[in-house]
Design a protein around this ligand. Structure first.
Ligand SMILES: C[S@@+](CC[C@H](N)C(=O)[O-])C[C@H]1O[C@@H](n2cnc3c(N)ncnc32)[C@H](O)[C@@H]1O
Length: 230
């Protein structure tokens, strides 16, 4: 049986480094799906949880969905900001990441207090079904690696399962378009430009905030969107 960690456990740094190693290995094998060179920083992760920390009604529990949990840095920020009654669904298709996430729920002190209200789904987020509703969706999906149609399908899915008044927060990396303009094949540059237009469309329609996070590798934009009440 795995030993339970305490929050001051010196092994935590070792575990973070191991997560970074796992992430980088998976990124090398499946870059299109993983879409990053390193797990998100705690600064980016905390900024993504804005609508879990800032609540319209502090007495109403939230149902939270995280798409693309990876090795769990954003999941950790979500778990530590959850309050009584909140529920948390993580969706991640990569089996190795899912094993890691289940391990966190069993032994990590940031996760064990919410483990009975948290579920890890090994799936693509759009395969989760439309019978659930969420108050907050935090998306880590690498839209810049997807086609315009894939981004549209995912955005439509998010706005189907999001409750009216609910929030979607997601991020993208700064300067990727400029870098791709120089180094990527023209077809890939055009694909990214087209998927970026779809993202812009949704941000223009529903955006309520954006912020830049420089303490991340690479630096990132965060976008916050809100589903209208009617
Ligand atoms: C950029 S990484 C982000 C990982 C983590 N949230 C972080 O911030 O470090 C993207 C993650 O999305 C997952 N992913 C890719 N396509 C997905 C999809 N359609 N549904 C759910 N997760 C997906 C990948 O396996 C990967 O773990």
């Amino acid at each position: 049986m795995a030993a339970t960690q305490t929050s001051s456990d010196p092994l935590r740094l070792e575990h973070r480094l191991r997560d970074a190693g796992l992430f980088i290995r998976q990124a090398l094998q499946t870059f299109r799906a993983t879409g990053a060179v390193a797990p998100s920083s705690s600064t980016l992760a905390n900024a993504l949880t804005r609508y879990i920390t800032e609540r319209d009604d502090p007495s109403a529990p939230l149902s939270i969905l995280e798409a693309g949990s990876g090795t769990g840095p954003v999941s950790r920020a979500i778990a530590t900001h959850m309050r009584d009654g909140d529920t948390f669904d993580m969706v991640e298709p990569n089996e190795q990441f899912v094993t890691r996430l289940n391990g966190l729920l069993e032994t990590d002190p940031d996760f064990t207090p919410v483990a009975d209200r948290t579920t890890v789904h090994q799936a693509l987020v759009t395969d989760l079904g439309t019978d659930r509703r969420f108050d907050v969706i935090v998306s880590g999906l690498p839209f810049a690696n997807f086609t315009a149609d894939e981004v549209r399908t995912i955005m439509e899915y998010y706005f189907t399962v999001l409750r009216p008044g609910g929030h979607l927060s997601f991020f993208g990396y700064l300067y990727t378009k400029q870098v791709k303009a120089v180094i990527a094949p023209r077809a890939d540059y055009l694909r990214q430009a087209q998927s970026g237009w779809v993202v812009d469309e949704w941000v223009d329609r529903y955006g309520v905030g954006r912020e830049r996070v420089f303490r991340n590798l690479p630096p990132a934009w965060i976008f916050h969107l809100r589903k209208p009440l009617d």
